[in-house]
Design a protein around this ligand. Structure first.
Ligand code: K2U
Ligand code: ZN
Length: 172
């Protein structure tokens, strides 16, 4: 398993629309394992493949470490099949949008279907943090960052801060 660098905005690769996985192969399982390692190394609780530069519709989320044991769940070709009219607001951050946190309103409850790491079709119902994280990650698969949901002013301030930080990092 390999820790791979996480792309940070602004980066046009993060705006790519990722493509479906045709078959869940050992190569995809290695991608999932690398994503999990990269997520843990960055202290994240979710990661989309595009964040390590792979434009495939694959997510990894770790929400419930059982007695400290890592328990990353792979969501391959995830699709939301239903979303509540009721909404919830969470303060979101993103490993690809460093040092920026803001409230995002999303459907409070969702139903989704996906393939697990063995290629088996699964369905789920989610609320709370899992619902938010899944929707945040599925946005990534469509080239959308959480700052795209902010007001025009807040988004422009975020992009300005990210651009400045990236320039400083590149010239350091
Ligand atoms: O795309 C991501 O980076 C996933 C987020 C998970 C998440 C986002 C919004 C709402 C719930 C979960 C990160 O893995 S966790 C947030 C974070 C951001 C920066 C640094 C550390 C943790
Ligand atoms: Zn993110």
């Amino acid at each position: 398993m390999t820790v791979r660098p996480i792309l940070t905005a602004p980066d046009p690769r993060l705006q790519a629309v990722s493509t479906d996985v045709d078959a869940v192969t050992d190569e995809i399982r290695t991608l999932v394992d690398d994503m999990a390692e990269s997520m843990y190394a960055a202290d994240g609780i979710g990661l989309a493949a595009i964040q390590i530069g792979v434009a495939k519709r694959v997510l990894v989320i770790e929400l419930d470490k059982k007695d400290g044991k890592k328990n990353p769940v792979a969501y391959i070709n995830p699709k939301v099949t239903w979303a509540s009219d009721e909404t919830a607001v969470f303060e979101e951050g993103c490993l690809s949008v460093p040092e920026i946190w803001d409230d995002v309103e999303r459907p409070a409850r969702i139903k989704a279907e996906y393939l697990d790491r063995n290629g088996k079709k699964q369905t789920l119902e989610a609320d709370g943090l899992l619902a938010t994280c899944l929707q945040h990650e599925m946005d990534h698969l469509n080239g959308v960052l959480f700052i795209d949901h902010l007001s025009r002013l807040k988004k422009s301030m975020a992009v300005r801060k990210l651009t400045k930080a990236k320039k400083l990092k590149e010239t350091a």
